[in-house]
Design a protein around this ligand. Structure first.
Ligand code: ZN
Length: 587
């Protein structure tokens, strides 16, 4: 990264953005400030920042309609919060975390020329507003029933159900219309266009809450949402401020939206800021994951492994996933609490799961790859502008998918990703090339290690199709109840055991703080299912083989032990225990 240039351009890179938004009031009359109350429009404020994939007040996104997968639809959700968890906002204002948070904003504003005292007052107001908003969001524990997160309205119906405000210049129609008019999208709004409101309680209370705050604070917070995310792209002294804040927060947390758009909080056990090079790798993988992935697979991924994985051959991954699916079906047939009808449909759903292994072939085709990225231009020097461009491109492409057939690869996951996924709307499991490596997998490993590694992950992802949220989708990936009432009741009874068991895990290093058994439920069900299926599949493999695999030379360890050693190794990481609690194990 060209840090000399970054230092030379200093804060000036952010000024065009601040001007476009209409000024950041906290900066007073300094450049980037010059905000005028008379020009205030909540609609424009939100859309201008949404355009750069940042989400003050409303988080809009386009995704498959959960009940009609033939089309894509606009979803509106709450935007989450800057501090990682709701409970952080309950801390007293003089707590180290709150002080560090306010200090961070103050230091950033001072760098742009703000008056310290005014900046501090503004940041306190920002925190007040944010706390009020966090309190009207639906807690994660109550976001596991996906039917309740699917509230369909036409654009015309929005105003009848959700407050608008002349004072703030905000109507739902106006907001959606402006969103669909951002550069490069320009769709005309149709009154009958469908919108899915995800967090309905939040959306109902949003405008009434905002009306309690001055426009200055509403604007300050909206701009803080985007500035806070861009601190890491500014010169080194800004990163130092961020580092000081992260230290106070003990562990670094970020929330990301999974492929299936289920919000998952991941807490990384790191109290320090990531080095520039790591950050740069993340950015390239996040925004240009397919071309980078092309280079990655050419260099690192064994073609032979993929060929075996994709076609019906005795080759390992394909063979292993067949065996694991078989053990899933056997376990299903043994369930005494699930009635016969539900069991039959469950088996059908399991057989319908599509598998994606390694990467999509299209990334090896120059023409297709060029077509996919034809609208992307990267400047060799201007890092900050590149970031804004990529953020905006993401939003434009997302919105364009509402009405046009934008060219996308079928499988848009970066092949270098070290993770695996289950996508409920597609009913498919995905194993990018990045995870098909040690310690999870190696074609020359004994099968015990591979079943204990990638095998347990395959089982984990299959089980996601049947966990407390995945089970709400049918074999086609549509949100639709396919379980009998009796089986649902029984499932809910049984899941209480999981909630209680995991909800009682605690660690002395974290002052006895307990795991949240409800928000980790899906992952815990998947972990348990995964290890059980894979272990049984491994034992079946051994029975078919007729004898145990040959022992590893020099190690007095059985293959059953190796299975569990690799299982543990795959899940192990250096997360600080204080951070681990309340988090969700990967993947
Ligand atoms: Zn999972």
């Amino acid at each position: 990264m060209n840090t000399t240039n970054l230092k030379a351009v200093g804060i000036s890179v952010a000024l065009p953005l601040l001007r476009e938004i209409g000024g950041w009031p906290i900066l007073g009359t300094n450049e980037g400030g010059n905000w005028r109350e008379g020009d205030f429009s909540l609609t424009s404020l939100i859309v201008t920042i949404n355009k750069y994939s940042n989400v003050p007040y409303i988080y809009p996104y386009v995704y498959l309609d959960s009940k009609d997968k033939k089309r894509r639809v606009l979803y509106l959700d709450n935007p989450g919060s800057i501090l990682p968890e709701r409970k952080h906002y309950d801390q007293p204002r003089d707590s180290p975390l709150m002080k560090a948070y306010v200090d961070l904003g103050v230091k950033v504003a001072i760098e742009f020329g703000a008056d310290e005292e005014q900046a501090r007052r503004d940041m306190e107001d920002i925190l007040d507003l944010e706390t009020n908003l966090v309190n009207i969001t639906t807690p994660l524990e109550d976001r596991r029933d996906n039917e309740k997160l699917y509230n369909k309205f036409t654009v015309g119906e929005m105003k009848l159900n959700f407050t608008e405000s002349k004072e703030l210049d905000f109507t739902w129609r106006g907001y959606i219309q402006q969103l669909l008019q951002i550069d490069g999208v320009e769709f005309d709004l149709d009154e009958n266009q469908t919108v899915i409101v995800v967090d309905i309680q939040y959306m109902k209370r949003l405008i009434p809450v905002l009306l309690q705050f001055p426009k200055r604070t509403i604007t300050n917070y909206a701009v803080w949402r985007i500035m806070n995310n861009r601190i890491k792209d500014l010169p080194d002294r800004f990163r130092q401020y961020l580092g000081e804040y992260l230290k106070a927060r003990n562990c670094f947390a970020s929330s990301y939206i999974n492929l299936d758009r289920l919000c998952i909080i991941v807490l990384y056990g790191s109290s320090h800021i990531r080095s520039r090079w790591r950050k740069c790798v993340d950015v390239v993988v996040n925004y240009l994951g397919l071309p980078i992935g092309r280079l990655f697979v050419q260099r690192h991924f064994d073609e032979e492994a993929k060929a075996g994985a994709m076609i019906t051959s005795p080759f390992q991954i394909s063979d292993m996933s067949d065996n694991i699916l078989d053990s899933f079906r056997t376990i299903l047939s043994e369930l005494d609490w699930m009635d016969k009808d539900t069991r039959e449909v469950a088996e059908e759903k399991a057989l319908f799961i599509k598998r994606k292994i390694g990467y999509e072939d299209s990334i090896l085709d120059d023409d297709l790859l060029n077509r996919r990225y034809e609208n992307v231009t990267i400047h060799p020097v201007n890092y900050f502008e590149n970031m804004l461009f990529l953020l905006k491109r993401t939003v434009i492409d997302d919105l364009l998918e509402l009405r046009t057939n934008l060219y996308r690869m079928e499988w848009e996951v970066a092949p270098s990703t070290v993770n695996a996924y289950y996508s409920p709307p597609q009913n498919r499991i995905m194993f990018p090339a990045g995870i098909l490596q040690p310690p999870y997998y190696h074609k020359d490993y004994p099968r015990s290690l591979n079943y204990g590694g990638i095998g347990t992950l395959i089982g984990h992802e299959i089980t996601h199709g049947f966990d407390d949220r995945g089970r709400q989708y049918n074999k086609e990936g549509e949100l639709h109840e396919w379980w009998s009432k009796r089986s649902v009741d029984k499932f809910k009874d049984l899941q209480t055991c999981f909630i209680n068991q995991y909800g009682n895990f605690s660690s002395p290093e974290a002052d006895g703080m307990k795991v949240n058994g409800i928000i980790t439920l899906g992952e815990n069900i998947a972990d348990n299912g995964g290890v059980l299926q894979s272990y049984r599949a491994y034992r079946n493999f051994v029975s078919k083989r007729g004898s145990e695999e040959n022992p590893l030379p020099g190690l007095n360890i059985t293959h059953d032990q190796l299975f569990f050693i690799n299982f543990a190794q795959g899940y192990g990481n250096s997360t600080e225990s204080a951070c681990l609690l309340g988090s969700i194990p990967m993947p």
